[in-house]
Design a protein around this ligand. Structure first.
Ligand code: ATP
Ligand code: MG
Length: 430
């Protein structure tokens, strides 16, 4: 019976199993050959004593090149010195596909490689257990997110990624050719998820790509990222902040339950964050930054260096709330008693922004005014604005970068580590 290496235990001792995988290592001791087989769950030692196995098979195994794909059938034997305490004495050793040599990249951890080199040969880099583990945990996070929102009555939706206008009026859009017209790759599902509030969906979740044509070259920006977006009717910014902190806590709980072995592979320990997260106001954050000698113009977004100063005092997850209305997109709802300030929040992890959200403006005329005030033209928001004229409920929502969350939870030094095939200013291949 075919098994994963990690599925073999004492119950299999003395029995026959079949394993498929890659040749991680070959050790030739003359009269004895060890082949370490690797599959996606771990390692198994295949032991070939010259005297005890078929001669032709022995010859084949000792010469097999590293990273070739093999199928092995044999008897499991207890062996303390082997990985997981067992070895396999093969009756069959079939090379399904021989790998070329030399390898473009080493799979063993012995030879460290630069991230760029690793990404160039990503298929082989992804074979490394430490790297595999990241994507197993990312999978568990996605599943936790879907579980969390499904239980709370959310409807998962898919909105278009090819659009005719900017979401936020920014210039950071990728233009594409759409038959005889120009179109763009969407920078956020914002306008669509709000439109679905007018459609009566009440609670929506979307997990999908966002495209940003920003020329950043940082450890936290990509040109294509995955965004977790929610929008909720009949609530305000506070209501969706609660969903956000509860979700983040739930994700930590689920991965610490489900991903013990993968966390071990990367050497990460998960601490379950306590909720509610601290709410730090923008004004308080500005005070901290100024107190440490850096200038901030009230009304502007906080720079990376400013956020690093704030993060000296606030570690882990916390919210920065009540941002200046002018620093946030036009759809953010201003506070009634002080319209200079908006009902907005960013979820931070140390200095890293993980999510942004707000109560939205649901009043048509107010929205049009804000579009003008931000130097945009209401004509380009036709379908969106129409939805506000015929029964738009009050609503709020947020967008969280999945890649940023993976980076934060697993303490990765670069967002690219947690993305299969990252897209940035330089990289379009693989
Ligand atoms: P930043 O200020 O860090 O550039 P932003 O405020 O421009 O981010 P938003 O428009 O608020 O980003 O998008 C919501 C979330 O989507 C962000 O909090 C972040 O987690 C994620 N995100 C946005 N842009 C990127 C990007 N270029 N690469 C990776 N994730 C991103
Ligand atoms: Mg933001």
């Amino acid at each position: 019976m075919r098994k994963f290496t990690a599925e073999i235990n004492e119950k299999d001792f003395g029995k026959e199993v079949e394993l498929c995988g890659w040749v991680h290592e070959v050790r030739d001791l003359g009269g004895l050959v060890f082949v370490v087989l690797r599959d996606r769950e771990g390692f198994a030692q295949i032991t070939l004593p010259k005297k005890a196995v078929d001669r032709e098979m022995f010859r084949r195994a000792r010469k097999v090149r590293r990273e070739s794909v093999v199928r092995v059938k044999g008897t499991v034997k207890a062996e303390e010195k082997a990985p997981n305490g067992f070895e396999i004495i093969p009756e069959e050793f079939e090379i399904l596909n021989e790998a070329d040599a030399p390898l473009p990249l080493e799979v063993t951890e012995k030879v460290p490689a630069e991230l760029d080199t690793r990404l160039d040969s990503r298929f082989i880099d992804l074979r490394r257990p430490r790297v595999q583990a990241i994507f197993r945990i990312r999978h568990a996070m996605l599943q936790a997110i879907r579980e969390f929102f499904d239980r709370r009555g959310f409807i998962e939706v898919n909105t278009p990624k090819i659009v005719s206008t900017a979401t936020e009026g920014g210039t950071e859009l990728f233009p594409i050719t759409y038959f005889e017209r120009e179109a763009f790759l969407n920078q956020s599902p914002q306008l669509y998820k709000q439109t679905l509030m007018a459609a009566g969906f009440e609670r929506v979740l979307e997990i999908g790509p966002i495209f940003r044509a920003e020329e950043h070259n940082t450890i936290r920006h990509l040109n294509e990222a995955v965004s977790i977006d929610i929008e909720v009717s009949f609530t305000d910014h506070e209501g969706v902040m609660r969903y956000l902190e509860e979700l983040v806590k739930y994700i930590h709980e689920r991965i610490s339950e489900r991903c013990e072995r993968y966390l071990e592979w990367i050497g990460v320990k998960i601490d379950i964050p306590e909720i509610p997260f601290t709410r730090l106001s923008y004004d308080e954050a500005v005070e901290i930054v100024k107190g440490k000698g850096e200038e901030v113009n009230w009304g502007e977004d906080l720079s990376t260096s400013a956020l690093k100063l704030v993060a000296e005092d606030y570690s882990g997850y916390y919210f920065i709330v009540d941002w200046p209305t002018e620093s946030k997109p036009f759809y953010a709802m201003p506070h009634e008693n002080d319209p200079e300030i908006s009902k907005t929040f960013d979820l931070m992890h140390g200095w890293l922004e993980i999510a942004s959200g707000a109560q939205r403006i649901h009043i048509h005329d107010m929205l049009v005014r804000r579009i003008y005030e931000q130097g945009l033209s209401p004509e380009s928001f036709g379908f969106y604005l129409q939805a506000f004229r015929y029964g738009m409920p009050p609503h709020a929502g947020w967008g969280m970068g999945l890649d940023r969350l993976v980076m934060a939870v697993l303490n990765l030094s670069n967002i690219r580590e947690g993305v299969l095939f990252p897209r940035d200013r330089q990289r379009l291949v693989p």
